[in-house]
Design a protein around this ligand. Structure first.
Ligand code: SF4
Length: 220
């Protein structure tokens, strides 16, 4: 890796440029920890607008608490979250999470997040069918306030286009770049991921990226 492409140094400069342009993003866009968790599962393979519609339907049916959702038949839950796509699969995933929450932590999010170190809890979350690394890290960072960096498709695309990682780099490899190169700070990880999402969704588009107006253009 050349000095210009030195990942750690570059990641700090990326952050400074993004924050200077966009300012604080106030993430995660949710009112409760459970809403964060539900959103993290529903956002798999869809855009945030569809997740918001599903969350609204859950709220309208007063199903957005662990107890209410756990009591809901899976078929009914799937119907409510239909706007998020893959709704049968996602209903099962939500139920898988809730089964874990009730069987291991008595249905308490306080107990879930207080019980274990971040890495141990991460292993537990990853053992739940349908919870992958991005979902687990989103839950840990944004609901649990644990310093786990979230890697998503935008992060991967931006790092690739700037020659920092290869196309097939593994999730954990990308995550290590951030966790090793930055202070392990929840607020920083929260803000950085949110800034990446803003950049990826508005500038670093899959087709026709808007490099000329992007804050990261000087680093190309
Ligand atoms: S839009 Fe261009 S400058 Fe911005 S992150 Fe993507 S590749 Fe980099």
């Amino acid at each position: 890796m050349s000095e210009k492409k030195n990942g750690n140094n570059l990641l700090i400069r990326f952050y400074d440029s993004l924050f200077e342009r966009f300012g604080p993003q106030q993430w995660w866009p949710a009112r409760t920890r459970f809403e964060v968790i539900v959103g993290a599962i529903l956002t798999q393979n869809t855009n945030w607008g569809n997740v918001e519609r599903a969350i609204r339907a859950l709220k309208k049916s007063k199903a957005l608490t662990p107890a209410k959702m756990f009591a809901l038949p899976t078929v009914k839950l799937a119907e409510l979250i239909r706007p998020s796509g893959y709704f049968n699969i996602k209903a099962k995933r939500l139920k898988n999470f809730l089964t874990y929450l009730y069987s291991v932590h008595g249905g308490s999010l306080n107990r879930l997040f207080a019980a274990k170190e971040g890495s141990e809890l991460r292993m537990e979350l990853l053992s739940i069918n349908g919870i992958g690394p991005e979902t687990a890290d989103s839950i840990l960072l944004y609901a649990g306030q644990k310093p786990e960096f979230v890697i998503d498709a935008y992060t991967r695309r931006i790092l690739q286009r700037h020659g920092i990682v290869k196309e097939k780099s593994a999730y954990e490899e990308l995550k290590r770049l951030f966790t090793a190169g930055l202070p392990r700070d929840v607020r920083l990880f929260n803000e950085y991921h949110a800034l990446i999402v803003k950049t990826g969704s508005e500038y670093c588009l899959a087709r026709r990226p808007k490099c000329e107006s992007c804050p990261l253009e000087p680093f190309l």
